[in-house]
Ligand binder design. Structure first.
Ligand code: ADP
Ligand code: MG
Length: 619
């Protein structure tokens, strides 16, 4: 066993830097938090080359004395925390005293700072965490930090950086996030000499929201509510404006941007039944609560929080959002393409009964819900496109009827085997037990009997899968169509940047896009079968996937797109299928084990055994 030694300060800082300083955007986040903690009312961020070579944050806050300026770069040096008890009630953004030490250890830094009372300020230069120069300097009140050549001494980290434009856009997103967190601070952001964001700092959240989201934000719904010791305020989108990804869900807890599955679940639960499957609400929501009810010290970048009372937090967000949604009149009325067998009018989607609408999830439901969110793959173009079918399915199956055993009514003509489709045709596989097409339920599920088992086949899912397999096997070119009038699509800054840096890939998938400025792209060409809106949704979902680094492989992206094409081309639930169609689908599924017992994703086919039925009937 090698001898144990204590790591040097420099190595320890490098390790910490790995946790706190991932990329230019994380540096900016930390510096902006420091500016807010210093009481600044005006903050300017400037970057060059995506922030990799040059990044400057200037604030008009309280500044530092020359002694403090030196100490600030030491590990665990903070002015915000004195005792362990302080940790239980943190009112500042920072407190770990790690950020400056970590940033300094992987870059070259120039610091200029002056406290309001002082005659002169301090200028400090550091390289790899070591002070190389210190002098008195004339400068305005406040602090300026310049970070140059980030990761110059950690080439391994450097390799993980994306293009300058993607890194720069992540910085833009980080500035936006801070601006939304602190409407009382005026932010300016300059990228390669050009001003790309400027917020007024009036303290009015809607003004900052407008600066960031533009005119679209005029349609947002205001949320303002209190629940016990919790208060919630901010903006949410209309159900009809839901997006194909969660990229536009922004939550703040005590002014701190956080990622929280609980908040996400509470938000989405409030929209339940109001938006289509595969779409997600956007929001800018601030949750404020007494400091002792939340632990922010669970992650080095402090993006995760732990709530003391999860149920209360859930209810606060859920009811707050629900209340705001209920105030706006235009609930979506779902349109159905064709409904020859639509059940007697009983709108399943727009809930009329308030008591049904105003309810909280049970703990059990919440567990399921959050587990589902955790496991769920990020939204895909497929999900976006499958929504119509999903809504139709919901409509066909009344929502309240979640009984485990549906009342089966088989229509006469279908119950009989078809005269023109002789039974022996299904015996192509000699070893297969004979099966019989019994009929169709709700224009959605094909009912098949085979020996001691009955099968319910989701006709849309089955058809989609069969088409997908065909497309994939042929390795067909995805055909594309030019739009008569190019469409503008608004994305997040990073979303737009990552799409624009993957043009060849997009082309392969049938998209042709161009930069349009201000986080927007111009769509000129889309895959066949896509309309403008679907193409925009697919692009947003694709951008989210590329940013998550999950779709680096072309094969996977292509598969996703093929899924979408297959989904669109497949027959829909709720559509009327003639018996022949049902028959062909059933025989495909019955003869292919991988379809019958598909282990992935949404099931294609479920089994109902005779035994199960007998049990139900207590025979
Ligand atoms: P933390 O924010 O967790 O305390 P940092 O490493 O980010 O740790 O900063 C260390 C200390 O440096 C802070 O506690 C604060 O006293 C001081 N400091 C950092 N940035 C500024 C700033 N922009 N203005 C004034 N003081 C600052
Ligand atoms: Mg800090």
């Amino acid at each position: 066993m090698p001898k144990i030694i204590q790591l040097s300060q420099h190595v320890a800082n490098l390790i910490a830097a790995g946790e706190v300083v991932e990329r230019p955007a994380s540096v900016v986040k930390e510096l902006l938090e420091n500016a807010v903690d210093a009481g600044a009312s005006q903050v300017t961020v400037e970057i060059r080359d995506g922030g990799m070579t040059f990044l400057r944050v200037t604030d008009n806050g309280c500044g530092m004395s020359s002694e403090d300026a030196r100490t600030a770069f030491l590990r665990h040096a903070t002015s915000k925390l004195r005792t362990a008890e302080d940790l239980a009630a943190i009112a500042t953004m920072g407190f770990r005293g790690e950020a400056l030490a970590a940033i300094a250890s992987v870059s070259r830094i120039d610091l200029l700072t002056k406290t309001p009372g002082a005659v002169s300020g301090t200028s400090l230069a550091l390289e790899g965490g070591t002070v190389t120069e210190e002098s008195e300097a004339g400068c305005p009140d406040g602090t300026t930090i310049i970070v140059r050549d980030l990761f110059y001494n950690t080439p391994a980290r450097m390799k993980f950086m994306k293009s300058d434009s993607v890194e720069g856009s992540r910085v833009a997103a980080a500035v936006q996030l801070q601006a939304l967190a602190h409407p009382e601070v005026a932010y300016r952001f300059l990228r390669d000499g050009k001003e790309v964001l400027s917020t007024p700092g009036t303290g009015k959240l809607e003004e900052t929201v407008y600066c960031i989201y533009g005119r679209d934000s005029a349609r947002w719904i205001r949320v303002e509510s209190r629940w016990e010791q919790y208060s919630l305020h901010g903006y949410i989108c209309k159900p009809t404006d839901a997006r194909p990804s969660r990229a536009m869900q922004t939550f703040f807890v005590g002014g701190r941007p956080v990622k929280s599955r609980l908040l996400m679940a509470a938000l989405e639960e409030a929209y339940r039944n109001q938006i289509m499957v595969g779409k997600f609400p956007s929001c800018v929501l601030h949750l404020d609560l007494p400091a002792e009810l939340v632990d922010v010290n669970v992650h080095p970048a402090k993006t995760e929080v732990k709530f003391l009372n999860e149920k209360a937090v859930f209810d606060c967000v859920h009811y707050g959002v629900l209340g705001a949604l209920n105030k706006v009149a235009d609930r979506p009325q779902v349109q159905f393409k064709s409904a020859p067998y639509a059940p007697p009018a009983a709108p399943a989607v727009a809930p009329k009964k308030q008591e049904n609408f105003f309810r909280t999830m049970t703990a059990q439901e919440f567990k399921h819900f959050s587990a589902a969110i955790a496991d769920a793959p990020q939204p895909s173009p497929l999900a976006a496109a499958a929504t119509v079918a999903a809504v139709e399915r919901e409509r066909v199956l009344p929502l309240k009827e979640t009984v485990s055993f549906p009342t089966v009514t088989v229509r006469e003509p279908v119950a009989q085997p078809l005269p023109e489709e002789p039974e022996q045709q299904t015996f192509a596989m000699p070893e297969q037990t004979p099966w019989r097409l019994v009929g169709e339920l709700y224009n959605c599920y094909i009912l098949v009997e085979q020996g001691e088992d009955a099968y319910l086949i989701d006709k849309h899912a089955a058809h989609e899968r069969i088409l997908f397999d065909k497309l994939k096997a042929n390795q067909e070119q995805i055909s594309a169509q030019a739009l008569l009038k190019p469409a503008v699509c608004r994305l997040s800054p990073e979303g737009a940047a990552i799409l624009l840096s993957n043009l060849p890939l997009l082309e392969e998938l049938g998209f042709e896009i161009e930069e349009f400025g201000d986080s927007r792209v111009l769509i000129r060409q889309v895959p066949m079968e896509f309309n403008e809106e679907e193409a925009a949704d697919a692009l947003e979902a694709l951008a989210a996937d590329l940013l998550n680094g999950r779709r680096e492989s072309r094969e996977t992206v292509r598969d996703e797109l093929l899924h979408t094409v297959a989904c669109k081309a497949a027959i829909k639930a709720g559509w009327h299928s003639d018996e022949k169609e049902l028959y062909v689908l059933a025989s495909q599924v019955m003869s292919r084990e991988e379809l019958k017992h598909c282990p992935h994703g949404r099931p294609i086919c479920i089994t109902l055994s005779k035994k199960q039925l007998e049990k139900q009937f207590k025979r």
